[in-house]
Design a protein around this ligand. Structure first.
Ligand code: SF4
Length: 99
């Protein structure tokens, strides 16, 4: 089995005993193609596009240009796998986040 990296431990991408690694990595496994595309899109989108996909406090935070939206892996763990959720480790209070 391969997983995306050490930070995405709950994401199962495929089993290299059942299909080649390259097939999995290139999105050929239907069971993981969507999550791989979603993870990779993080680095392809502009900051504005990423924030538009976020939910919770990060979606409307005035500090996103500085912090970038926190740690997406932690956000995914805390939001049932939704990597566009808010980072639960953010220490800012709601009144500090609003624009
Ligand atoms: S709410 Fe916190 S983690 Fe999210 S963008 Fe703002 S400062 Fe960053």
């Amino acid at each position: 089995m391969i997983r995306h990296n050490q930070f995405w431990q709950n994401v199962l991408l495929g089993n290299v005993k059942q299909m080649p690694f390259s097939h999995i990595w290139d999105g050929g496994n239907p069971g993981s193609a969507d999550i791989l595309a979603s993870i990779r899109s993080i680095g392809l989108l502009s900051l504005e596009q990423r924030q538009a996909r976020m939910s919770g406090p990060c979606a409307a935070c005035k500090w996103i240009s500085i912090c970038g939206g926190g740690f997406r892996t932690r956000a995914a763990f805390a939001n049932y796998g939704n990597l566009w959720g808010s980072d639960p480790a953010c220490y800012l209070r709601p009144e500090e986040i609003r624009a």
